[in-house]
Ligand binder design. Sequence first.
Ligand code: BYC
Length: 329
Amino acid sequence: MYTQGLDQQGKPEGKRDAPESAADLEAFQKRIDAEEKIEAKDWMPAAYRRTLVRQISQHAHSEIIGMQPEGNWLTRAPTLKRKAILLAKVQDEAGHGLYLYGAAETLGVSRDQMVADLLSGKAKYSTIFNYPTLTWADIGTIGWLVDGAAIMNQIPLCRCSYGPYARAMVRICKEESFHQRQGFDIMLVLCRGSGEQKAMAQDALDRWWWPSLMMFGPHDSESKHSAKSMAWKIKRFSNDELRQKFVDATVPQAEFLGLKMPDDDLRYDKKSGHYRFGEIDWQEFHDVIAGNGPCNRQRLEQRTRAQDDGAWVREAACAHAAKHAAKAA
Ligand code: BYC
C-alpha cells in the first residue's frame, strides 16, 4: 500500500512497481472473469490499482468541482421550492465526492494527496464543469443532460470489478436519477411557459449539448485506457457505446420538450435503430482538458479558496480527534 505522493498516473513518485508473477496476474484475471469482486486487501496488479486511483479520484474531483456551476444559482433560484431542491442536489454532489474519495483511499492514496493533485492542476476532472451557467435554464439542462450522461456512464460502474467503487456507485446512481428528473422537470416548466422561457431553454440546450457528449471521453479509437479497463471489468461499455446510448435516450426527450437539438446531422437510422449524430469538436475537448475552457481557472481558484478557508475546520477536527484519542488511551 502507498499513501505518499503519486505521479500523474497514480504511481508512487520515484517508485517502481514490484515485479508481478505471471501466475499472480493469471489468477487475478481469472477472478475478474468469474465476476468476483476485488476488495481493498486483495492482491491486485499495480496497473489495476493505478487505473482505479486515476479514475475514482477524477470522478471525485468532478463531483466536487461540479458543485460550482449549480451553486452559482442557489441565491437566484426562481422559487423557494426550487432553491431547496437545488440546495439538496448540490449537497448530494458533495456527498458523492466524499464516498468516492473514500473509495480511492481504500487503494492506499491519501485524501490530502488527491486534493493537492487537483489544486495543482495535475489531476483532471470532467470537462463539462468548465462551462458557465448563464441562466436558470442551465440548471435544468445540467440536471437533464449532465446528470443524464452521468447516469448512463455510472450505472455500469455499479458492476465494476472493484468492490468499494461499485458499492459507492449504487447510492450515487439512485441520487443521480433524482437529479436528472428534477432537471427535466425544470425544462418541462420552461418549455410549457412563455416564449421567452422556451427560448431560454433552447439556448441552454444549444450550449450544453455538445459538451455533454464530450463527457463520455474520446472516441474508442483514441481512448488509451479503454482496452485494459474493459478487460479488468472496470468499464463495461466503451466510450462510444455509452455516448450512443445517451443520444438514443435523449433525442426523444428533446422532442417531447419541443426543443431542437443543435446538430444538423442528427437523424434516425431505421436500419440500426440508432440516432446518427454529427462530429464532436475534439479540438474544443482537448483545449478544455488542457485548462483552456471558459471557466477552468475560475473553478480551480474557487476550489483553492474554499480549501484555504476550511483549513481551521480541519485543524480543529484533528485537534478534537487527538484529544479524544488521548483520553481513550
Ligand atoms: N473530461 O482513455 P480514456 C457528475 C481523459 S460528475 C476530462 O477514454 P478512461 C456530476 C481521461 O481521464 C461525473 N478528462 O479514459 C457532478 C484520460 O486522461 P488521463 C463524472 C477526460 O478513463 C456534479 C484521457 O482523457 N463522471 O455526474 O478509460 C453535478 C483518455 O480517455 C474526459 C466520471 O468521472 C472528460 N470528459 O475513460 C452534476 C465517470 N474524458 O487520466 C453531475 C468515471 C476522458 O490518462 N470515469 N478524459 O490523463 C469514467 O467513466 C472514465 O474515466 C471516462 C474516461 C469515461 C470519463
